[in-house]
Design a protein around this ligand. Structure first.
Ligand code: ZN
Ligand code: ZN
Length: 233
């Protein structure tokens, strides 16, 4: 039995959103699959905020982010939101593998033009200790294995424990995460694909990308599993 067969015995294919065992390899069960929503085609070319924008959304036009583009294949609701919640908060680090598979499959076009060097937007050490794993880091490692010439590296640390951003305004989010990241050594000349689970206003991704550019990175792109619908904020 090969390694992947062995892993299937330990972790039989199951729905990433509800945990139901699947009759065949796949990611969602019959009940969850219809609730999976792809990111709309019309969205900001810079940050992927859904909507019809000329040249970019108001946020990107007013203050261009440090990353050159950000993408997520899914919207953060329904089955995808449940899967991310299980992965992040319900002690399911093993979901990194199927979620990275989903991401690699559904973000294939984006990945063609993305840097091969993958780095996570990391948790603060205090939260890492509480959770025992950093979900974005696990996702970065698993994704890098599914990208031609991919490699994962720890390039950032979160120096400020910012707490959850839920319920904060745009400006409050930006202020909250300003200076929250520092590069681990030099990032001189690197092109980096930054990975996280959800992108909301992009404030966290902006701060993380800034830290890499400050450390000399040439280019930063951002990929997340899901994009939050800003209308619901
Ligand atoms: Zn399910
Ligand atoms: Zn935008």
């Amino acid at each position: 039995m090969g390694l992947s067969g062995l892993l299937d015995v330990i972790f039989p294919p199951s729905c990433v959103a509800c945990g139901a065992v699947l009759p065949a390899p796949g990611h969602f069960c019959e009940a969850c699959q219809p609730e999976v929503e792809r990111l709309p085609r019309r969205c900001c070319p810079r940050c992927s905020e859904p909507g019809e924008f000329q040249g970019g959304c108001p946020r990107c036009l007013a203050r261009p982010p440090a990353f050159c583009r950000a993408f997520a294949p899914f919207t953060h609701q329904g089955a995808v939101a449940r899967a991310i919640h299980r992965f992040k908060y319900e002690d399911h680090p093993e979901l990194a593998r199927p979620l990275a598979e989903l991401l690699a499959g559904f973000a294939a076009d984006f990945l063609e033009g993305a840097p091969r060097l993958v780095a996570a937007i990391p948790l603060h050490e205090r939260r890492f200790r509480a959770r025992k794993y950093d979900q974005a880091m696990l996702l970065a490692v698993e994704l890098s294995k599914r990208v031609d010439g991919g490699a994962a590296r720890e390039l950032l640390v979160r120096t400020k424990d910012t707490g959850r951003q839920v319920g904060l305004s745009d400006q409050a989010r930006e202020a909250n995460v300003a200076g929250a990241f520092a590069a681990v050594g030099s990032a001189a000349g690197l092109s980096v694909l930054l990975l996280d689970d959800v992108l909301t206003t992009g404030a966290t991704a902006r701060a993380a990308a800034s830290a890499l550019l400050d450390a000399g990175a040439r280019e930063v792109q951002v990929l997340t599993l899901a994009r939050a619908d800003l209308l619901s904020l």
